[in-house]
Design a binder for this molecule. Structure first.
Ligand code: NAP
Length: 234
């Protein structure tokens, strides 16, 4: 029987690339985001692979939307907690409402999705959850305090979820990419202009597929994908 994956932020960028790779690998998909028209385009492209894809639009800053999303999605084998955004300012200029808006989606939204998925997977006998954090979840960058704090928080959530999930056969992982060639990087790193030298959304999708291929008795807590041009060891 086909595996079923729910991907947040599937309307463009990394989430869309993950949807394509999972569709190619035979997963049935639940695609979510706010932009139903863009999700429809992802769905149509995914269906070319002969899989079933369903769209459930949701704003991840709304707990009601997230509850409705998981109720409608039913049992899933894989959650890719990918949706996220940033507003990039030096600390002295960060508005509290911007800080809160970022954390509402990147931390609270991701937590609520993970909680709903863990509740359901506990009942169904297990599953896999992949949180898309960032290099900024590990390292500091100027103008990225609010976004970076949210991505550090997502890694913290991942670590506890790994421990709490292990006896229920729920495997939890994080992927921390450096600059990926999507709309977001134009805002986060306006100094980077050569998209060809960046990580491609498909590279992140390949890391998702690798994690999904792991046998249940082993796990990988975090994959760090770095641009070779900026590679550093921790
Ligand atoms: P993107 O192209 O801007 O896509 C962001 C996705 O998140 C969109 O599908 C968007 O969908 C969704 N989203 C944003 N706010 C949402 C909300 N309130 N409710 C529901 N969905 C929401 O960005 P990306 O580069 O693909 O980023 C995807 C993930 O990778 C993010 O978590 C980001 O932090 C992380 N990441 C990106 C980079 C990079 O350099 N690009 C590096 C490391 C990590 P709608 O607009 O349809 O709602």
């Amino acid at each position: 029987m086909s595996m079923k994956a729910l991907i947040t932020g599937a309307s463009r960028g990394i989430g869309q690339a993950i949807a394509y790779k999972l569709a190619e690998s035979g997963y049935h998909l639940v695609l979510t985001g706010r932009d139903a028209a863009e999700l429809e385009k992802t769905k149509t492209a995914c269906e070319q692979y002969g899989i079933k894809a369903e769209i459930i639009p949701a704003d991840l800053s709304s707990e009601a939307d997230i509850r409705a999303l998981f109720e409608q999605a039913g049992e899933i084998d894989l959650l890719v907690n990918n949706a996220g955004f940033g507003i990039f300012d030096p600390i002295v200029d960060i508005k509290l409402e911007d800080w809160q808006a970022i954390h509402k989606v990147n931390v609270e939204g991701a937590f609520l999705c993970l909680r709903e998925a863990m509740r359901s997977m506990k009942k169904s006998g297990g599953g896999r959850i992949i949180n898309i954090s960032s290099v900024v979840g590990v390292k500091g960058y100027p103008n990225q305090a609010a976004y970076g704090a949210s991505k550090h928080a997502l890694l913290g959530l991942t670590k506890t979820a790994i421990e709490e999930g292990k006896d229920d056969n729920i495997r939890v992982h994080a992927i921390c990419p450096g600059g990926v060639a999507t709309d977001m990087v134009k805002q986060s790193r306006p100094d980077l202009t050569d998209f060809s030298a960046m990580i491609q959304p498909e590279d992140v999708a390949d890391a998702v597929l690798y994690l999904c291929s792991l046998p249940t008795q082993i796990t990988v807590d975090c994959i760090h994908l770095r641009r070779a041009a900026s590679a550093q060891t921790w």
